[in-house]
Design a protein around this ligand. Structure first.
Ligand SMILES: Cc1cc2nc3c(=O)[nH]c(=O)nc-3n(C[C@H](O)[C@H](O)[C@H](O)COP(=O)(O)OP(=O)(O)OC[C@H]3O[C@@H](n4cnc5c(N)ncnc54)[C@H](O)[C@@H]3O)c2cc1C
Length: 252
């Protein structure tokens, strides 16, 4: 289909990648028409669960070292500018600091990427290594940014809409569905790209599905050492282990 006039651009995905892409496009190319299509938003996305710590490890790689360093430097300055803007608090970006410690591998506690962007990044001193419980041999200290996606995602979505962006809630099964309506599709579909693009190289590199049995006792309001809560937790564990919904004797 031949198109004339302003370009119609679809951003597929409303996680942190899709939303940041959408805002950047609106900023750089204000004359195009933008639509975000996604089936999950805000708290239902993977992005919502991210700790949001800006700390790329030295194993993080883009297509080339130069490109990777540019991505990191651009991202850091984007978020830092946002933090210092009037929207800083609303967008969930904040400054934080802390140590990274290891008892065995010096490579785990050092990232050359961080050295280039963080305002403070240095090795921990001998005294600092002793402050924390554990037998820490190596450590680094950094001041960096935290990005609370629970705030950033709704903030970005609102900003996108206020700037004229359209949002459609729907799941697409193939890019062909978008061909008639858009000139360009930005694929920001996260791990779902594995199915959508038949991309066998797209795999989660981190994160395991774990089952958590919560045992909070009485939440601090009563007898938190009550054996009943421990028994309940053990029953839940048994159910998970046997894969059945009712508690049954097992060989645990
Ligand atoms: C527990 C945890 C902690 C993490 N901590 C950090 C951290 O500290 N720092 C860090 O940098 N990263 C961290 N990450 C990684 C980070 O969360 C992800 O890299 C990031 O959220 C990916 O964002 P995304 O926008 O690509 O994907 P997602 O957030 O998964 O969004 C994908 C979007 O695409 C849409 N979509 C997909 N397929 C379709 C389709 N077929 N049709 C319509 N819509 C579709 C979805 O609806 C959704 O809106 C963490 C991840 C986890 C799980």
């Amino acid at each position: 289909m031949e198109r004339r006039g302003a370009m119609d651009v679809c951003i597929l995905g409303a996680g942190v990648v899709g939303l940041m892409t959408a805002l950047e496009l609106q900023d750089q190319f204000p004359n195009a028409n933008y639509t975000i299509i996604a089936h999950l938003f805000n708290q239902n996305t993977t992005s919502d669960g991210a700790a949001g710590l800006f700390h790329p490890s030295s194993t993080f790689t883009g297509p080339t070292l130069d490109i990777t360093e540019n991505w990191i430097a651009d991202s850091y300055s984007y978020y830092d500018n946002l933090r210092n803007s009037s929207d800083g608090e609303k967008s969930g970006v904040f400054q934080c600091s802390g140590f990274q410690l290891s008892s065995s591998m010096p490579s785990l506690i050092w990232s050359n990427y961080m050295k280039k962007v963080a305002p403070v990044y240095r090795y921990a001193t001998e005294e600092e290594l002793k402050v924390y419980p554990g037998n820490w041999k190596y450590g680094s200290y950094c001041v960096t940014l935290g990005i609370e996606c629970r705030r950033l995602l709704p903030w970005s979505l609102l900003r996108f809409q206020e700037s004229g962006g359209k949002v459609i809630s729907k799941k697409i099964e193939s890019f062909g569905e978008l061909a008639d309506d858009y000139d360009v599709v930005m694929n920001c579909s996260g791990l779902s790209a594995a199915q959508l693009c038949q991309d066998r190289q797209m795999v989660p590199i981190r994160g395991q599905v774990i089952k958590v049995v919560h045992n909070y006792g009485h939440g601090g309001y009563g007898v938190t050492t009550a054996p009943g809560t421990a028994k309940h937790a053990v029953n839940l564990f048994r159910q998970l282990h046997s894969g059945c919904s009712e508690s049954q004797p097992s060989k645990l």
